[in-house]
Ligand binder design. Sequence first.
Ligand SMILES: [Cu+2]
Length: 363
Amino acid sequence: MFITVLAIILILIVIFQIAKASEYVSVLKGEDRAFKQNNKINGALMIAFLILGLIGVFWCNHELYPKTLFPQGSSSVEGENVDKLLKITILLTGIVFFATQILLFWFSYKYQYKEEKKIHFFSHSSKLELIWTAIPTIVLAILIVYGLRSWFLFTGDAPKNAIQIEVTGHQFGWTFRYPGKDGVFGKKYFKDINATNELGLIWKDSAELSQKADPATFDDIIMGGTVYLIKDKPVRFIINSQDVIHDVGLPQFRMKMDAVPGTPTTLWFTPKYTTEEMKKRTGNPNFVYELSCDQLCGVGHWSMRAVINVVTQAEYDAFMAKQKPAYYSAFPAKDPDNIKAAAAVSDSSKPVKVASPADTTKK
Ligand SMILES: [Cu+2]
């Protein structure tokens, strides 16, 4: 650190000394000669800067492109459109970038001051203005229309067979809710939020809040940290926030949506590969799909990360069969398993009927 700062200071001193020396030289040589010589040096530097700059562009691209998620391809079917759009945009802006940068520096060199050169002056050209207005307008309009089509696709109605998951952001973490066997998300109310009921599901009758318990909440499954999705099956996220604006960022799926307090947002997509398949595709045995908060939301923003586990339908069914509705964690006395166990203890004098394997696999 110290050496770097020292080097920068020394370089600045050297530049200052050179500038001072060249000032004395120009006084000795005469203003006119110095002016012409400076012009030449600046012209040559423009070309050097152009070449070094372009080498830098290629070098950065060569070094950094493999580290991006681009070469991996989209992990969702709908995200392929996003990649395609991004490629077209990079190609178009790339062409404009190279054309303008080359012309900018080349012209600075070529049209440097020379006594014998005459300036061509014109105040206005309608034709030129029409060209440089119309072409970008048409190109951008096409890009926007194409982009909006993708946007309306994955923010619009999800296919009928899509699984529904509610995603709730809060400072600082994500909570996921599955609707349970009835396929209906039970109602919630913010005044019901407490330590055991983090989403405020309406589990109990309340005269004070003048509401009746919603039976649809009883089978809702809640999880934090990791969410499970099925390969090749569309999933629809219904996104909420309990405090400030967060953002559901799904880089591998090429999806992203704000979590806005009081205004649910949605998006849907179809995962293409399971997490296990992605481990092989990326050659990374620790690969996980990531859900990161893409909206700076406070001091713990960096920690707002959840893991998405994409599995096969069979693995998903097996996992879901093991999940208990959040209602039973809050009210263990209502849990059928606990009721059964309690009954078995009180009936211990009678022989207990053991369920055969055929019974347990039956749905
Ligand atoms: Cu956040």
